[in-house]
Design a protein around this ligand. Structure first.
Ligand code: KG4
Ligand code: ZN
Length: 339
């Protein structure tokens, strides 16, 4: 048995708090920061300030929804990194204060590991369906694109990763070129649903092995839009659905091919998706189809657990609590943090 654990996420532009008890989710509250939209990307200084303003109300609400009093929380887990230093500092400092005040253990969490462990969040009244070990996880977010071999809850090995941009970054940067506000991924997804994925061809960089590369794709979209706009002003807005569908299909093709390869190389056929880009409708569809064809045991998280949230931090905190992996009070956040 573990006590209720409070999880706090503040690595980028979402301030989130969650309570997990014995692996069961009691609450998951997130405040998104819309302040970044007009800048076309996350502004670190503004993110830190928004976290500072949001953190107390978000935690207060998470405790209330969970029906748990402050003094019933038995440990506090926080995202240590990777992420924006100023943003991380807000969550880390709050967690330290909370741990000190309640005289409870502090647990540091790797954000990437947390994205993967969403597959272990249990909810009362819902059938428990979790991947068995080992499994392969495609972790695709705004900052990371990796294929991870997950050996158990706390032992993971990166088999391949992007050598330049992340998949989410490719979505967001290409979207920006089309005049779509940040974060562009969800809007590209929406347009793509009504477009023809074979309308245009973009380059598919091939870095070899299980690694990914997206910067060449981004450049190819940039030149494509520039050249077509020259010939036909307004081309982008007139063809936005087909461009988005073609871009999405290219990105999803790259991601799927590498996972197929990883499954072949490792002989592992339990496959999971994680991270913000795992919300992509096309990605979920192509993986479902391929999974059926290849007889994969496939795990796709619910949409609310794809983008940044504290439930993933709290569930990781739960497993670390069971392993008694506690952090000292002088722990510092890490902008870069591998497994
Ligand atoms: O995991 P996440 O919330 O934050 C990071 O840890 O980076 O991922 C955010 C990323 C953004 O790049 C966003 O555009 C992308 O996930 N994203 C999507 C979709 N929803 C979010 N990309 C494609 N299609 C979506 N539906
Ligand atoms: Zn994330």
């Amino acid at each position: 048995m573990a006590p209720p654990i409070l999880g706090i996420e503040s690595s980028c532009d979402d301030t989130s708090a969650s309570v997990v008890h014995d692996g069961y989710l009691l609450s998951n509250v997130t405040a998104n920061q819309h302040v970044h939209r007009e800048y076309g990307g996350v502004v670190p200084e503004l993110a830190s300030r928004a976290h500072q303003a949001n953190i107390i109300p978000v935690i207060d609400r998470a405790l209330r929804i969970a029906g748990v009093e402050r003094d019933q929380i038995g440990a506090v887990a926080f995202t240590r990194g990777p992420g924006l230093m100023g943003a991380l500092l807000v969550g880390v400092s709050f967690a330290k204060g909370f741990a000190l005040a309640g005289n409870i253990p502090l647990i540091e969490v790797n954000h990437l590991q947390a994205h993967i462990l969403v597959h272990f969040i249990k909810e009362k009244g819902r059938r428990v369906c979790q991947p068995s070990f080992p499994f392969l996880c495609l972790l695709v977010s705004g900052g990371h694109t990796q294929i991870v071999l997950v050996k158990d809850h706390l032992r993971m090995e990166v088999l391949g990763q992007t050598i330049d941009d992340a998949a989410g970054e490719a979505y967001d940067k290409c979207a920006k070129m089309m005049g779509i506000p940040y974060p562009g991924g969800p809007t590209v997804d929406k347009y793509a649903a009504e477009g023809n994925p074979d309308a245009f061809r973009f380059s598919r960089p091939e870095p070899g092995g299980l690694d990914f590369s997206f910067s060449g794709l981004k450049t190819s979209v940039l030149y494509f839009l520039r050249d077509r706009e020259k010939e036909d002003p307004g081309f982008t807005s007139k063809n936005i659905k087909n461009i988005c569908a073609s871009l999405q299909s290219t990105i999803n093709g790259i991601l799927l091919d590498k996972v197929v390869e990883a499954a072949k190389v490792t002989g592992v056929s339990t496959i999971a998706l994680s991270g913000g880009v795992a919300a992509n409708t096309g990605l979920r569809r192509v993986f479902t189809a391929e999974g059926e064809k290849r007889n994969w045991d496939l795990f796709i998280p619910e949409l609310r657990f794809t983008t940044d949230n504290a439930a993933m931090v709290a569930i990781t905190g739960y497993y670390k609590y069971l392993g008694k992996e506690f952090a000292p009070l002088d722990i510092v956040p890490l902008a870069r943090y591998s497994y």
